[in-house]
Design a protein around this ligand. Structure first.
Ligand code: GLC
Length: 479
C-alpha cells in the first residue's frame, strides 16, 4: 500500500462521512455514476423502506469475530502481540506458512450453533453477523473456491455457518456474513493495511503475499462471495464488508455489486469501496453524537478491547455501559452491533455470556422502548459540544451527558432514566399532549401524577429507581 492508497482510504472515509450528512433524497441523487448501478441507486424510497424494515426495527445485533486467530489468542512464540486479536498475523508479521500451520490445530469441538443463537436471543439481539473470512484469509465455511477453510484445512471439518444458518432459521433470527473482500494476508495479491515497519507499496511482510489484486478478487473473493450468497438458503440477510483500499476500483467493486444485485433483499454496509455507499454507516467503537441524518447506521463495538479472542483481554465493559450504549444508540435511530469473540474451542468467554444475559434481563422488561422505536423528539439530553476541548480532528469535542435518553412511537414517548431525579422529572418542551404516565418496570403500570402546562411537563416519581441501570418512564401521548 503506497501513500496514495493510504490517502484514498482517508478520502473514502471522508466521503462516506460527508455523504452521510446529506438528506436521503439528495444523497440518492448525488451518488456518482457507478459502472454497475447498485440496488441503492435504482430502488424507490418505498422499496428501500421495505428492504430496510427489519433492520430498522431490530436495534440490537450480535457481531461474532471468530477464526484461526483464536488459536494464538493474542500470543505468538511466547510474546504478547499488541493490538486487536484478529490482527495478530499482521501486527506480529507472521509469515504466511507459519500462520497457515495454525489450521491443523483448530478443532473447536465445543462450538454450539444452538447455544450461540440462544445466547443472542436471550440478550434480545435480533440478528447475528459472523466473520465468514477475516483479513487473515481463512474461511470459516465450506469453500470449494479456496482450500484454506475450516472444512478442508482443520480436523473440525464442520461448517459453522451452515449450522448457524439452520439454528437462526429455527430460532427466528437473521444471519449475516462479514467478508473481508479487500485485505487478505494469505492469498497472493490480497491487500494489507500499513502496520509497523511493513514497506510500501504493498505493505506485505512475506513474498508469498505478493500478486495481482484483480486475480485475487477473481479467483478467491468473488467465488467465495458467490458461495456465501448461494449456499445458505435465505441467508445472508447482510453482507458486512471491511477495510476497502484503492485496489478496489469502481470497476472491480462493480463486479461484486453485479453479484449482489441478484439478491434484492440483501443489505450491505458502506465498506465495499469503489465509491459505493451501501446501505449503512458503520461507526466503529463510537456512538455518533446525533446519528446520521437520512442514513441507516449501526455502531459496532467490542465488549472488551478486542474483536477476535485474546486470552488476556479481560477489560470487559459493564452491563450498565452495554445497556446505556444500546439506549443511547436507539435514541439516535441506530443499531448496536455488539461483538463476542469465541475461543479456539468454540466457547464464548463466560464474562461475555454473563453480560449478554444481564442485558437481556433489562430488555425483557423494557424492550418495547427499544425495538421499532423512532429517535428522540428532544435531543439536548445526549450531551453538548465543548468548544474548549477538541476531538482528534480539531473540532469541538462532544461530551455526552448521562441523565436520560428518549425514544418514541406514534403514541408514546419513552424516557430512559439513568440518573434518578429527586421528586419530579421535568421536561421543558414536550411536542405532544401527554395523557398518562407510568413506569415500564412497574408490573401494574400504576398511573403517575403529572402536570403539563406551557412551562413544560412534570411527572411525580417514586423515591427510588426501579432499575439501577435505566428505569423507563412511559408517556402516553396524543398528537
Ligand atoms: C476493523 C478491523 C477489524 C474488525 C472491524 C470491525 O476495520 O480491521 O479487525 O473486524 O474493524 O468493525
Amino acid at each position: 500500500m503506497n501513500l496514495s492508497r493510504s490517502l484514498s482510504i482517508v478520502c473514502l472515509f471522508a466521503m462516506s462521512i460527508a455523504s452521510s450528512a446529506q438528506p436521503q433524497d439528495k444523497q440518492l441523487k448525488a451518488q456518482p455514476a457507478h459502472p454497475v448501478p447498485s440496488v441503492q441507486d435504482t430502488e424507490t424510497h418505498a422499496q428501500r423502506d421495505a428492504r430496510m424494515e427489519w433492520f430498522r426495527e431490530a436495534r440490537f445485533g450480535m457481531f461474532i469475530h471468530w477464526g484461526l486467530y483464536s488459536v494464538p489468542a493474542g500470543t505468538w512464540k511466547g510474546k504478547q502481540i499488541p493490538g486487536i486479536g484478529e490482527w495478530i498475523m499482521n501486527n506480529g508479521s507472521i509469515p504466511v506458512a507459519d500462520y497457515k500451520a495454525l489450521a491443523p490445530q483448530f478443532n473447536p469441538v465445543a462450538f454450539s450453533a444452538h447455544d450461540i443463537v440462544a445466547l443472542a436471543k436471550s440478550a434480545g439481539m435480533k440478528y447475528i453477523i459472523i466473520t465468514a473470512k477475516h483479513h487473515d484469509g481463512f474461511a470459516m465455511f465450506d469453500s470449494k473456491a479456496d482450500p484454506f477453510n475450516i472444512v478442508d484445512a482443520t480436523p473440525f471439518k464442520r461448517d459453522p455457518l451452515r449450522e448457524l444458518a439452520a439454528e437462526c432459521r429455527k430460532q427466528g433470527i437473521k444471519l449475516g456474513f462479514y467478508y473481508s473482500q479487500d485485505q487478505d494476508w494469505t492469498a497472493p495479491g490480497g491487500a494489507a493495511y500499513k502496520t509497523g515497519d511493513h514497506q510500501p507499496p504493498t505493505f506485505h511482510w512475506d513474498k508469498a503475499q505478493d500478486g495481482d489484486f484483480a486475480t485475487y478478487l477473481h479467483t478467491k473473493a468473488i467465488p467465495q462471495m458467490k458461495e456465501l450468497l448461494s449456499n445458505y438458503g435465505d441467508f445472508p440477510a447482510i453482507i458486512w464488508f471491511d477495510t476497502p483500499t484503492k485496489d478496489m476500483t469502481p470497476a472491480l467493486a462493480g463486479e461484486i455489486v453485479a453479484l449482489m444485485n441478484k439478491y434484492p433483499k440483501l443489505i450491505w454496509n458502506n465498506r465495499l469501496g469503489g465509491g459505493y455507499d451501501g446501505d449503512t454507516e458503520t461507526p466503529e467503537q463510537f456512538i455518533p453524537p446525533q446519528g446520521y441524518k437520512g442514513r441507516d447506521w449501526e455502531s459496532c463495538m467490542t465488549i472488551n478491547d478486542t474483536w477476535g479472542y485474546k486470552s488476556y483481554d479481560t477489560n470487559f465493559k459493564s452491563t450498565e455501559t452495554l445497556v446505556r450504549n444500546l439506549i443511547d444508540i436507539a435514541s439516535k435511530g441506530g443499531n448496536y452491533l455488539l461483538n463476542i469473540g469465541p475461543d479456539a474451542q468454540g466457547n464464548v468467554p463466560s464474562a461475555e455470556v454473563e453480560r449478554l444475559q444481564q442485558v437481556g434481563r433489562w430488555i425483557s422488561v423494557n424492550g418495547e422502548s427499544i425495538y421499532g422505536t423512532q429517535p428522540t423528539l428532544f435531543g439536548d439530553e445526549a450531551g453538548s459540544y465543548n468548544s474548549s476541548e477538541k476531538d482528534s480532528k480539531g473540532k469541538p469535542k462532544f461530551i455526552p451527558a448521562w441523565n436520560w435518553r428518549s425514544t418514541t412511537t406514534a403514541d408514546k414517548i419513552y424516557i430512559e432514566l439513568f440518573t434518578w431525579p429527586t421528586g419530579k422529572f421535568h421536561l421543558n418542551k414536550v411536542p405532544r399532549t401527554v395523557t398518562s404516565a407510568y413506569l415500564l418496570a412497574d408490573p401494574s403500570h400504576t398511573p403517575l401524577k403529572f402536570t403539563q402546562t406551557s412551562a413544560g411537563l412534570d411527572v411525580e416519581l417514586p423515591s427510588k429507581a426501579l432499575d439501577p441501570i435505566a428505569t423507563v418512564l412511559v408517556l402516553n401521548t396524543e398528537k
